[in-house]
Design a protein around this ligand. Structure first.
Ligand code: ZN
Length: 225
């Protein structure tokens, strides 16, 4: 049983479509998404419709919650500006889809407990980086597999037969590699393969400019930061 794990798509349709083309080559048994479906890039409605139509098992991230509530107090200026844009452009179907999502998810897959959080089991907004990830998070979650997002940095840490993993970001990678990032979880083997997919950064930059979003959101993509 294999699950495609996507995170931090951030309303980038070109990145999501490139990743899904790769997912379709691999043909996993399901697709999960660890939050931050929207925010930053200008295709929130299209991205949510793709996720809905493909039956993706998703949770909300901090950007998704802010897109619903309008509470931008914890965001930097660029992120807040993009969230204001998102709130203006998000259609009722997208709002309804986000409202229907949980903030965390837990499923037993083939008897294996898998828990998914945007931040961490301690707090939905906590950043668990590769350098501060610890197996105690597996204890806290009481799960054999814990899937995280939020940092935009891919990570896979094993502890015995348990696994703590982050697929990195589809829409805005921050590990210096501009290619979209996703992860393939093999539930029986407890393995996690991070896969990278090139996509059309120029198309994103052009649409960011056309939409009047902060230019820097386009510029950072080429550097992967
Ligand atoms: Zn994010």
């Amino acid at each position: 049983m294999r699950i495609a794990v996507l995170s931090d798509i951030h309303a980038s349709r070109p990145a999501l479509e490139a990743v899904l083309a790769d997912v379709d080559r691999v043909r996993p048994d399901g697709i999960w998404a660890a939050g931050d479906l929207v925010g930053y890039y200008p295709w929130p409605n299209e991205v949510l419709e793709i996720l809905r139509s493909r039956g993706v098992l998703a949770i909300r991230g901090n950007h998704d919650r802010a897109a619903l509530t309008g509470d931008l107090s914890l965001f930097n200026d660029r992120a807040a500006e993009a969230l204001r844009w998102t709130r203006v452009h998000l259609l009722p179907a997208g709002v309804g889809f986000l409202k229907g999502l949980p903030d965390r998810r837990r499923e037993a897959v083939l008897g294996v407990d898998i828990a998914m959080y945007h931040g961490s089991p301690r707090h939905d907004d906590e950043y668990v980086y590769p350098w501060n990830a610890h197996e105690e998070l597996l204890d806290l979650a009481r799960a054999e597999v814990v899937l995280l997002g939020h940092t935009h940095l891919p990570m896979a840490l094993t502890s015995g037969s348990r696994l703590l993993a982050n697929p990195g970001s589809v829409g805005q990678p921050r590990d210096g590699d501009p290619r979209a990032s996703w992860g393939l979880l093999d539930v029986e083997r407890r393995s996690f393969e991070v896969r990278r997919v090139p996509y059309d950064l120029g198309a994103v930059a052009a649409e960011v400019r056309r939409a009047g979003l902060p230019e820097e959101l386009a510029d950072r993509l080429a550097a992967g930061v």
